[in-house]
Ligand binder design. Structure first.
Ligand code: ZN
Length: 242
């Protein structure tokens, strides 16, 4: 079984279409939140994601902010501008879909959370210490997260002491042998200085994590953002991947 694992699409339909084409056949799609915010195509991204097979999807902080569940003042000024724009343009159907998303999903072997299993909507897992503490907050062997836009694998050794950090190379297949918290990176706004869209294919039978990157036409997205008057900083950072 092939499961597409992806996160932080941020309203970037061109990047989303690129990963869907590159993924090939998959039996299920697990989306780790932040479908909207920053990018020019929030409704189109939600519509495309809703039609994916056997979809599991959780809410991210930008989705919650677009629903007005989080005060937009807690975001930086440019992110706030993008959120207010998204709120305005979100269709009733998109709003209802986002509003129905859970914060966390626990499947047989994997827990899905946007930020972390401890604080699903908000916490950033940026270091091994914070990641280690989070191993006490899920009971499945694996936990898949997004939010930082940085592809990473935190795996716990048999001593259950300190998580080990591994930043995989694109197209590197890892076997998730021990308990792990894994981030596939971001589809629509990578922040690891690689502007290509990121995703992974997970095979539960072998616990294989196949992490991939794919180039897409960034300039098309930037032109749409320019036309809509979205913040310059968000337009430029797409080409640099930060
Ligand atoms: Zn995000």
């Amino acid at each position: 079984m092939h499961i597409l694992v992806f996160s932080d699409i941020h309203g970037n339909l061109t990047a989303l279409e690129a990963i869907l084409a590159e993924a090939g056949h998959f039996d299920a799609a697990w989306c780790l939140g932040d479908l909207v915010g920053y990018g020019p195509d929030p409704n189109e991204c939600i519509a495309r994601i809703r039609e994916l097979p056997n979809l599991q999807c959780i809410i991210g902080n930008h989705d919650a902010a677009a629903l007005d569940q989080i005060d937009s003042d807690t975001f930086n000024p440019e992110a706030r501008t993008a959120i207010l724009w998204t709120r305005k343009i979100l269709s009733d159907s998109s709003w209802n879909f986002l509003n129905g998303l859970p914060e966390k999903i626990e499947l047989d072997e994997v827990t899905l959370a946007h930020g972390s299993p401890r604080h699903p909507v908000w916490e950033y897992l940026l270091d091994t210490r914070t990641a280690t503490l989070n191993f006490d907050f899920f009971s499945t062997p694996l936990c898949f997260v997004g939010h930082t836009h940085l592809p990473v694998v935190y795996s716990m050794g048999t001593d259950n002491h300190l998580a080990h950090l591994n930043i995989p190379e694109p197209n590197q297949k890892l076997v998730l042998q021990t308990r792990s918290i894994v981030n596939p990176g971001s589809v629509g706004q990578p922040r690891d200085r690689d502007p290509r869209a990121a995703f992974a294919i997970y095979e539960p039978e072998t616990k294989t994590w196949d992490y991939r990157r794919v180039a897409y036409k960034i300039s098309e997205v930037q032109e749409r953002m320019q036309g809509l008057g979205l913040p310059e900083r968000h337009i430029h950072r797409l080409s640099a991947g930060w």
